[in-house]
Write a protein of this length. Structure first.
Lengths: 175, 175
DNA sequence: CCGTGATTTCGATCTTTACCGAAAGAACCG
DNA sequence: CGGTTCTTTCGGTAAAGATCGAAATCACGG
């Protein structure tokens, strides 16, 4: 499949950007390609378009599936697995955040909590204070995240798109 | 310098966690060590404690300085550069977010804006729609971020620590 | 302006990670 | 059941990234 120059630019940039955030470049590119594609693609089309090995595409697709942001589609008269992006950009964003939080933030939260338990049963006061502060940051963020998680995408978008939303909120919480 | 088992665990975990977010493990470890340290450390102490080459520490410290989260301290009768964490965990968090946003999100925003300009001057409608949606997500996030950025850490912490904050906010924005 | 100690630079390794492609494995058809 | 087509696994290789340590540079006191 041929890509327009703009599509190419987007996909390449997406790959580089992903890399900086600890995401495999090829995986990010596959994601970018699927995102732009008007219809579901199969592994071979992706492989051809991005010039990467079929096997690499296979692995990448599974990775994206495990994040929950793409799905398999089957169409009549086509034996190949075709893939498409699930939901809109906002949902996608939420899925990615959720996935990374669960795999990377939650374990840290666990570690900090354990450390805190041990430190409270006698440990260096300075360490206790520092770990305590960090734990507080993580707990607060976690709690905020959980609350926001419950709100529908629709509601979030609606509110986020109102101009000057933060100052409006601040008015409700005076000094 | 000797580390307690808890400090070790924290620093090691911090390093691994950093790696997953595209941060050099050693840099993250240096950061973790400085975070726990009751007083400023010089490069050699860090090098010894973490068992990494002196030069690697030097580079790592500069990296952390460029993020704006550590500072150099000089004390009388000591010719070495000593380093310490700047501000509390919340400020640290803000600095890191700011740094990464500027270097990694802003360029993407730029790319999307450019792409959108080109697409509006005639381009595939589907691509235009998809890039448009992604751009909207980035613009909304960017705008939200800029608004929050202006609010003092103090205020954010105060509000964040109130229980159930999100549902309180939602009450002000009925359907 | 020399000497000492601290710091940084930089090329050479070492380690990790990504990627390929051949072969094995599934799913499906007749 | 073979045969066909699609998918996955996996060992080897290549590329990228991290780390080291020697040498260059810098900073400052005497």
């Amino acid at each position: 499949m041929e890509l327009t120059p703009i599509a190419q630019k987007f996909i390449v940039h997406w790959g580089e950007m992903g890399e900086k955030w600890g995401i495999n470049r090829t995986v990010a590119q596959i994601h970018g390609l699927l995102y732009l594609s008007p219809e579901p693609l199969n592994a071979e089309e992706i492989s051809d378009t991005l010039s990467v090995a079929r096997s690499t595409v296979s692995v990448g697709l599974h990775e994206l599936e495990s994040w929950g942001i793409i799905r398999v589609v089957h169409t009549l008269g086509d034996r190949t697995d075709r893939f498409e992006i699930k939901g809109d950009v906002y949902e996608m964003f939420r899925f990615i955040v959720e996935y990374r939080k669960r795999r990377e933030v939650d374990p840290t939260l666990g570690m900090l909590r354990e450390a805190m338990v041990e430190l409270e049963a006698g440990g260096d006061p300075h360490t206790r204070e520092k770990i305590g502060e960090m734990l507080a940051l993580f707990e607060t963020s976690d709690s905020l995240y959980r609350q926001i998680q419950k709100v529908s995408t629709q509601t979030i978008v609606r509110i986020a798109k109102m101009g000057d939303i933060v100052s409006k909120i601040l008015k409700f919480f005076p000094e």
